[in-house]
Design a protein around this ligand. Structure first.
Ligand code: PMP
Length: 460
């Protein structure tokens, strides 16, 4: 077996890591962790640490690590039929069964599911379908996509453009011209502290209306949004936001894409965020929770009104020119079937609701009164703690102080993985949906101790 030093050296000299500071990593100045295993909500690494994974990988290992049922399903599928493509009407028992299971769980008005590999490619698919749809309907100029600042939709050319975080645009010549951004429904960051939640929703609606008026509704094809903003800060929408937005979109014949890569299959304590917030999307993007990341697989779930037009399109123009070699990969599909069964059998959607509420309440109790905690928020098994320099005046820390990252590092020392969200001093938590109350309590205690270590006792 390789020594830790050998492996670490190969890593620095060979491996181009995603979302990593390349120079610091190559020079050995940046964090490096070589993960060896996982069991339940814990991972282990080569340095002998056992860490409670409070972010479920990248909010994806929803059923937790080390599930033998999924491992077995993958092995069985690999032996029987590791791969056959899904082009031109080909399928396998695994991907056909998973399609049926997804449609049984999706909101009622959804019609078909297309399988890809990850959230980014599923969003690419969805944008292409939106463009195709408007071309078939004879509206070739209706193509722009509205996304929100702080939205996260992937890091490809189109999806990186949709993503409303500066880091993903900077020096990449993004966003592309077809993408326009509107305000994030981030009540804590409202422009005027005197605004009520209802005022703020009206403000978001007015900003959207202004953008549509400026650009012209006949140039705008779709609006994309996560039911709960994820990477942009874990921000549940203010009360009434989605119904108000939906009304505007309907009036201007703008399609709605619900990006449920994080929220799909249970994370909010409902099967889909669309159901949770009464959204009626034309397309749903899903990935992570579909297989709990045991194998890569994504789903673009297509609503009935779009499906009818897609069929009309291929009747007129022939085969839809869209597909990946690995679309609907049988091994991903086998993992998906076993994963969705486990979610049902273990009651994990319900557990996400209950233990998530326990985590949020515990966190509010433990750190909500701290002088440097501006807000504790969450929904289902998502929770965030936002740090501020001055709570009364809602003054944020300078980015260079990296307070969020410091608290997350102090949590790691205490055995809990949280994520410093990329914009702002936000400690993000998105544990596996199988988290127990005791594990939730451990996360709360560690968060409190870490905040006290970095920012002082902070009694208000
Ligand atoms: N959409 C959302 C809401 C996401 O959170 C992510 C990933 N964090 C993506 C899309 C992109 O998914 P992937 O990284 O699998 O391409």
């Amino acid at each position: 077996m390789l020594t830790n030093d050998e492996l670490a050296k190969w890593d620095r000299e060979s491996f181009f890591h995603p979302s990593t500071h390349l120079g610091q990593f190559a020079r050995g100045e940046a964090a490096q962790r070589i993960v060896t295993g996982g069991e339940g909500v814990f991972i282990t690494d080569r340095d002998g640490n056992r860490l409670l994974d409070g972010f479920a990988g990248l909010y994806c290992v929803n059923v937790g690590y080390g599930r033998p049922e999924i491992a077995q399903a993958i092995a069985d599928q690999a032996k029987e039929l590791a791969y056959y493509h899904a082009y031109a009407g080909h399928g396998s028992e695994a991907n056909i069964t998973l399609a049926k299971m997804v449609m049984d769980r999706a909101p009622d008005h959804m019609a078909r599911v297309y399988f890809g590999l990850g959230g980014s490619d599923a969003n690419e698919t969805n944008i292409k379908l939106v463009w195709y749809y408007n071309n078939i309907l004879g509206r070739p100029e209706k193509k722009k996509i509205i996304s929100r600042w702080r939205g996260y939709h992937g890091s490809g050319l189109m999806t990186g453009s949709l993503t409303g975080l500066e880091l993903f645009h900077k020096k990449f010549d993004l966003p592309l011209a077809q993408v326009i951004h509107t305000d994030a429904p981030y009540y804590y960051h409202r422009p005027d502290l005197a605004m009520s939640e209802a005022d703020f929703v009206a403000h978001c609606v007015a900003r959207l209306e202004d953008l549509i008026a400026t650009e012209g509704a006949d140039t705008i094809a779709a609006f994309i949004g996560e039911p709960v903003l994820g990477t942009g800060g874990i921000v549940p929408p203010p009360e009434g936001y989605w119904p108000a937005i939906q009304k505007v979109l309907d009036r201007h014949e703008i399609l709605l894409i619900a990006d449920e890569v994080v929220t799909g299959f249970g994370r909010l304590g409902s099967m889909f965020g669309s159901d949770h917030y009464g959204m009626k999307p034309d397309l749903i993007t899903s990935a992570k929770g579909l297989t709990s990341a045991y194998a890569p697989l994504s789903a673009s779930i297509v609503g009935q009104r779009m499906w009818d037009v897609l069929m009309q399109g291929t009747d007129e123009y022939g085969v839809l020119g869209h597909g990946w070699t690995y679309s609907a990969h049988p091994i991903g599909a086998a993992a998906g079937i076993a994963n969705l069964k486990l979610i049902d059998d273990l009651g994990l959607v319900q557990n996400a609701a209950e233990v998530g509420a326990h985590l949020l309440a515990g966190m509010r109790e433990a750190v909500g009164g701290h002088a440097h905690v501006g807000e504790v928020r969450g929904e289902g098994m998502l929770c965030a703690v936002e740090l501020v320099a001055d709570r009364d005046r809602r003054r944020f820390f300078e980015a260079s102080e990296t307070m969020g990252a410091k608290v997350v590092a102090a949590m790691l020392k205490r055995g809990v993985i949280a994520r410093a969200m990329p914009q702002g001093d936000i400690i993000g938590l998105a544990p596996p949906l199988c988290l127990s109350r005791e594990e939730a309590d451990q996360i709360v205690t560690v968060t409190r101790d870490a905040i006290v270590e970095v920012l002082g006792p902070g009694s208000a």
